[in-house]
Design a protein around this ligand. Structure first.
Ligand code: BGC
Length: 458
């Protein structure tokens, strides 16, 4: 049952990756149909992260009153409307508006789906299950590349309007998300928060695949209840910006800052450009290398899923930050020395970089943002963490081409390498070890005011 729940919520991740990746192949045919200025292109690309920023913030506050399921249903409807609008757009302005709507959907789903999964999952499988969400993102990116390629193959002579099919393809997973969520219920934690105890018991039992009167179910509900009672006492729970919650906010926002400033989307969006700069002289060669990056991203995310609840969050983060720092530094050095082997160093370096990212820095911020916040502020907290994700995402994607021109590849990759190295220190100093711990234990430690990074390391 829990795997069905995770699979449905992960469709949201697939849509996230799909709607990010689809523009890569759509840009060329779009430019044949419309005259697009550089600014218009920038705005059209920007519309998704901008919309997502707003969507994440809104969903953070709506996940309480509307419920996790309600937000995901609303996101599914926005995904369908946005995809339809994009497919039928009469010009660049209306396409930009459509992408803004898609961004709203991505942002709200991207924060609610991991929340939904984490609240349904048993503690010992939580990491793997939320990592399935990251796997879905990487599959979405790869799926979009494939759809783009297929559409281009089917319309070799007249690519006019071919981009419409690329955007329209997003309707299929969007409908699947809507139907799936309509059939599922909300999480036991949210139901308890709303005082719907009987429903919460039924859902918890179904998720654990045990009878409703099972002791484990009773214990889980009692645990949730205890947290809720404690939160209602006093001021009605800690506020998001209170000193008690601050360590959680630092971990969640800090990990997303590092994830994005590690340069991941400079690679995901501009891989053909990077390969072109490092000596792949044909576009076909660069594209092939790019698909290779997409495949390694998916494959290593699977490896990450398998080891994440075994190795522990802190060690895995350190491995990821070290791996990305070293591989980026190698490319930076090769690029600055003008080495004749740059092409090979770049290819091997980027494969190692993506692998290190995919087992660790990719999934872990999503997992940990769903773990560290107390229930009372979990929605808004995850909303703010997602804002960090989208804000820094937009920053990197916009500044990369400009920086590349101004200071060159070696300096830019050198900067990304430094950020990754700093990630090691950040992890050791701020990140708690949440592997296998129940969300209620994590919360009890945090709200008792004990040093957060000491959690789970007894
Ligand atoms: C990041 C995205 C990125 C993707 C790549 C996600 O965890 O948040 O920005 O494009 O990983 O796989």
């Amino acid at each position: 049952m829990i795997w069905i729940v995770a699979a449905v919520a992960a469709i949201a991740g697939f849509l996230f990756g799909f709607d990010e990746g689809v523009i890569a192949g759509a840009l060329a045919p779009l430019k044949q149909d419309f005259t697009i200025t550089a600014t218009a292109e920038g705005l059209m690309t920007a519309a998704v992260p901008l919309g997502a920023l707003v969507g994440a913030l809104a969903a953070g506050y709506l996940a309480g009153p509307m419920g996790r399921r309600g937000v995901l249903l609303a996101a599914a409807i926005l995904f369908v409307l946005g995809a339809l609008w994009a497919a039928l757009a009469g010009g660049v302005f209306s396409l930009t508006m459509a992408r803004l709507v898609l961004g709203l959907a991505i942002g709200s789903a991207a924060m609610t789906a991991p929340l939904y999964i984490a609240e349904c999952a048993p503690a010992e499988k939580r990491g793997t299950l939320v990592a399935a969400y990251q796997l879905a993102i990487t599959l979405g990116i790869l799926g979009a590349y494939f759809i783009d390629d297929i559409v281009i193959m089917l319309t070799p002579d007249d690519p006019t309007d071919s981009w419409r099919w690329m955007f329209a393809a997003g309707i299929v997973p969007a409908v699947a998300l809507g139907v799936g969520m309509a059939l599922l219920t909300d999480t036991p934690r949210w139901l308890m928060q709303k005082g719907r105890r009987d429903e919460a018991r039924r859902v918890a039992a179904r998720l654990a695949e045990v009878p409703e009167n099972d002791r484990a179910v009773e214990e889980e509900l009692a645990d949730i209840e205890a947290r809720l009672v404690e939160e209602r006492r006093g001021t009605g729970g800690p506020s998001l910006l209170s000193p008690t919650v601050r360590p959680a906010l630092i971990v969640a926002m800090g990990l997303f800052l590092l994830q994005q400033l590690s340069g991941i989307n400079a690679v995901i969006y501009f891989a053909p450009t990077v390969f072109g700069l490092t000596g792949f002289d044909t576009h076909a060669g660069a594209m092939l290398a790019t698909v290779g990056i997409g495949v390694v991203n998916v494959a290593m995310t699977v490896v990450g899923m398998i080891i994440i609840d075994r190795i522990g969050r802190r060690s895995l983060l350190v491995i990821g930050f070290l791996g990305t720092a070293v591989s980026l530094a190698a490319i930076a050095v090769a690029a600055s020395s003008g080495s004749g082997d740059l092409g090979w160093v770049a290819l091997i370096g980027l494969v190692v970089y993506i692998a290190a990212f995919a087992i660790s820095i990719g999934p872990l911020p999503w997992i940990m943002m769903a773990e560290v916040f107390p229930l009372a502020v979990r929605g808004p907290g995850m909303g703010l963490a997602s804002v960090a994700n989208w804000g820094f995402n937009a920053l990197v994607v916009f500044s990369f081409p400009v920086l590349l021109q101004a200071v060159g590849l070696s300096v830019v990759f050198g900067l990304f390498a430094i950020v990754c190295a700093l990630g090691v220190f950040f992890t050791l100093r701020y990140v708690p070890e949440t592997r296998g711990a129940s969300l209620e234990d994590i919360e009890a430690h945090l709200t008792a005011g004990r040093p957060f990074a000491a959690f789970g390391r007894a």
